[in-house]
Design a protein around this ligand. Structure first.
Ligand SMILES: NC(=O)c1ccc[n+]([C@@H]2O[C@H](COP(=O)([O-])OP(=O)(O)OC[C@H]3O[C@@H](n4cnc5c(N)ncnc54)[C@H](OP(=O)(O)O)[C@@H]3O)[C@@H](O)[C@H]2O)c1
Length: 338
């Protein structure tokens, strides 16, 4: 087998911290921390917030060392092992299920994964497009489906707000909501640099991040939003809850601004506002299939192109730091063969 590269997180020699190193392998059988018996030839992965934490050694994401991070991967089955559901050459995608956290993930030319985690690459997408979507897109779509399941419809007199809009999940959410005909308000800390990007994705209005991040001092604010998708947490999520109209819903999926939630119960008991938790990593298969069916058709190739850039494994550590600093636009796709 020809040599291939992997980005491996290894214990550092003095055990003080883990370090990210590029290693060359010729045998996929000796890759660390395999997750199953299906051998996948990986072509693309992506960089998510969690990968940023894993690669920079923050947030206690990695459950064992050495390990290959990367919570998403796309490629083709090389050897299905004894799993009769797959044949060599099948184009597949894996997002979440603990790859890149508990077991090795997508930052390598090969990965060994459990057959239950594999889903067929949707026929309308190539591997790069699937990884532009990745966990961020699945998360955004789970948010959209949760809002729709709780009554959100296009044409509402109120807008739908998205926080952290220029990030991976946020930009996907803006595009998905706009495509369905919602009036989308994008909250971002980067109007000056990313305003045009967000308008191109379909945002009808932009608001500075501080507006939602600043507490009003009240328990309820005037009703503004038909619904919200929050990637930020903290005061931002508390503001969305205070400002969502009666019987509207907020899908909470992130903590880019903090894990705390300084709210009262009043939005829930005086307005019937729904707080919908989103956990895409272990998303059950029926919901995952429903989400990917929509993702495969609701985003245009041009949008997926605009939203992403392709980088090599060697660029991942530097970009992981930029992502955690909140300066990355949209999605980063990792071509593991670059
Ligand atoms: N629940 C799940 O299943 C799930 C799945 C995937 C991701 N997530 C979470 O969702 C969040 C976003 O993930 P991502 O991959 O989209 O990350 P990302 O690409 O880094 O996007 C995060 C965005 O949040 C905003 N932001 C960053 N720091 C902030 C701060 N201190 N205060 C307010 N806003 C800040 C920035 O957007 P602007 O510059 O536009 O303001 C940034 O681009 C993360 O917390 C991640 O852990 C959860």
């Amino acid at each position: 087998m020809s040599p291939f590269s992997a980005l491996v997180i290894e214990p550092s020699p003095d055990s003080s911290a883990a370090t990210a190193v590029i290693r060359e392998f010729t045998d996929p059988g000796i890759l660390p921390a395999p997750g199953g018996e299906v051998l996948v030839r990986v072509t693309h992965s992506s960089l998510n917030y969690k990968d940023g934490l894993a690669v920079t050694g923050q947030g206690k994401i990695l459950r064992q060392l050495p390990i290959i991070p990367g919570i998403d991967l796309a490629g083709s089955v090389e050897h299905p092992g004894s799993d009769i559901r797959f044949r060599a050459g099948d184009a597949v995608v894996v997002t979440g299920w603990g790859i890149g956290e508990r077991v090795s993930g997508g930052y390598a030319g090969f990965a060994r994964v459990h057959g239950d985690w594999l889903m067929p690459l949707p026929p309308t997408l190539n591997a790069r497009q699937a990884m532009t979507i990745g966990t961020a897109g699945l998360t955004a779509m789970c948010c959209v489906l949760a809002l729709e399941d709780h009554g959100l419809k296009p044409g509402s007199p109120n807008a739908v707000v998205v926080s952290g809009a220029a990030g991976g999940v946020g930009s996907m959410a803006v595009a998905l909501l706009a495509r369905r005909g919602h009036h989308v308000v994008a909250s971002t800390g980067r109007i000056a640099t990313e305003g045009d990007f967000l308008r191109d994705l379909g945002a009808a209005e932009l608001i500075p991040r501080e507006i939602l991040a600043t507490p009003s001092g009240k328990t309820l604010d005037p009703e503004q939003w038909a619904g919200g998708i929050d990637t930020v947490g903290g005061e931002t999520l508390a503001s969305l809850l205070r400002q969502t109209r009666a019987f509207g819903s907020v899908a909470a999926c992130g903590l880019a601004g903090g894990a705390h939630l300084p709210t009262t119960v009043l939005p829930f008991i005086l307005r019937g506002v729904n707080l919908l938790g989103i956990h895409s990593v272990m998303c059950p298969r029926p919901l995952r299939d429903r989400a990917w069916a929509r993702l495969a058709t609701d985003l245009t190739p041009a949008q997926l192109e605009t939203m992403s850039r392709v980088v090599s494994l060697r660029e991942v550590p530097g970009l992981a730091r930029e992502l955690l600093a909140g300066t990355v636009r949209g999605r980063i796709v990792v071509d593991v063969n670059l």
